[in-house]
Design a binder for this molecule. Sequence first.
Ligand SMILES: [Zn+2]
Ligand SMILES: [Zn+2]
Length: 297
Amino acid sequence: MTGKILLYYKFQPIADPEAVRLWQRDLCEGLGLTGRILISEHGINGTVGGDIRACKTYVKKTKEYFRGIEFKWSDGSAADFPKLSVKVRDEIVAFGAPGELKVDEDGVIGGGTHLTPEQVNELVAENPDVVFFDGRNAREAEIGKFKNAVVPDVETTHDFIRELESGKYDWMKDKPVIAYCTGGIRCEVLTPLMKNRGFEEVYQIDGGIVRYGEKFGNAGLWEGSLYVFDDRMHTEFGAPDDPNYVQLGHCVHCDAPTNQFYNCANEPECRHQYLSCEDCRETNPYCAECAAKAATR
Ligand SMILES: [Zn+2]
Ligand SMILES: [Zn+2]
């Protein structure tokens, strides 16, 4: 049996999220799909995996309610997810601002202007003032980001509002700002928050870094690796020997260039993910903090 994983989101008003939750749960159970689906009054955000025919049926049925929803297909199976979780939440992306997000049938209201990967390059070529603003967690940017991007000091998306209101980024408010994130969903929520706080000219990239990387590889304005939320921890847009490839990350122990994140071996006490070279990982499989603590013991 060939397995597939589906990634998708859609912002649209949902009058009865609980009814949609029950429908989606029954649909997935009936098809033998597992994964994680979040539903709010603003839309749906999901990752499910299973048999390819079951995935096709799921897409067809889900499109009946979520018109125009786009699915990203990748290889995998139900085995990649231990179970099925379908939940109603205040937000499908947790920025801690459910009351501020406004959506209609066309999606998010008042968000940044969408740019194709080509339009990103055109905008930057036309205007030297353009600023890239990283819409991810700071850790993700350690191994890859857009050239000269501003990386806010955030551990989770919950920290963005505090950062935006801190005054640190006020110098960007009258400049063209391109916000970016992995697949685009976080910027759908981040860009209206920015505009509501006085950022005048805000853009976002259609399909996020993923689509930009598919288009330009390492030959565009992207530098380094892309952090991903699965066991691989990172992915590249070109071959490893690509002369345009830039390795941005450094081993926390010996400073050697690396793009490999590891979970600190002091689990479950420590939940840190940290960058390490292979050699140090073998002799010292801990994050910098835990390694320092062990050394003073
Ligand atoms: Zn090292
Ligand atoms: Zn640790």
